[in-house]
Write a protein of this length. Structure first.
Length: 238
């Protein structure tokens, strides 16, 4: 469902008022914590009954407010028939903006919600592993024994940049920047190959390193004959 679909559940026909949508949200346990202080990593979080009030497309978050729930002396919620039919009032000063991943509507399938959480956790773990891998490669020094980039390849690149009509100093600056970028990428690629080889040959020692999965190379099933330049022969274009 879209955010508009969820908010539409709180609108009664013929009434302009927006009623809160019942849900559960992962919020700071302390009610005195404001929405601006939720970025602290020291806060304790728990699931709370909330009413969903609004949605912000700029933040991509829902505005929720905690619901006052009657509980016994041990802190367990009272669910007798008298309280079931009562509308729990919203607690003032407990509004929070929360992302969708921390919000469970009562009207949605909880199994779909759990699958969304699992997908987000796996995606985060994979992203953190890739960041650590690329950081390890970027921190490697350039070894003296690393083969240097072919000078002929650089000359071809410089020749491709020699566009007539541009000022000489602009061309020289572009060529210099391009040469630095190409050399940097080349040495990084060589370090990446060396790093992968070391990790694979010492898998137990580098068990904390997760190598990125390489996409399988795709080879076309059919080629194409180019007859546009017959004087140079037939070219197979793939």
């Amino acid at each position: 469902w879209t955010p508009e679909d969820w908010l539409a559940l709180g609108k009664a026909e013929g009434s302009p008022d927006q009623k809160p949508i019942p849900a559960k949200a992962l919020l700071p346990t302390d009610n005195s914590t404001s929405s601006e202080d939720t970025k602290s990593s020291c806060l304790e979080y728990s699931w709370h009954l909330v009413g969903v009030l609004d949605y912000s497309r700029d933040k991509c978050q829902y505005l929720v407010q905690k619901v006052h729930q009657v509980s016994d002396e041990e802190g367990n919620p009272i669910l007798n028939e008298g309280h079931k039919n009562r509308v729990n009032p919203l607690l003032p000063g407990t509004e929070h903006w929360v992302p969708r991943i921390r919000l469970l509507f009562f009207a949605e399938d909880p199994r779909v919600f759990v699958e969304r959480i699992q997908f987000a956790l796996r995606l985060r773990e994979n992203t953190e592993a890739l960041l650590f891998y690329h950081l390890s490669v970027d921190c490697m020094p350039i070894w003296k024994g690393t083969p240097s980039l072919d000078t002929h390849s650089l000359q071809y690149m410089k020749k491709a940049l020699s566009t007539p009509g541009l000022r000489l100093e602009i061309i020289e600056k572009c060529i210099g920047d391009l040469e630095k970028e190409v050399k940097l990428e080349y040495y990084r690629t060589m370090n990446c190959m060396t790093f992968d080889k070391v990790v694979m040959s010492n898998s137990e020692e580098f068990s904390h390193i997760t190598q990125p999965k390489k996409d399988p190379e795709h080879l076309p099933q059919k080629g194409e004959l180019n007859y546009l330049q017959p004087k140079h022969g037939i070219h197979l274009r793939i």
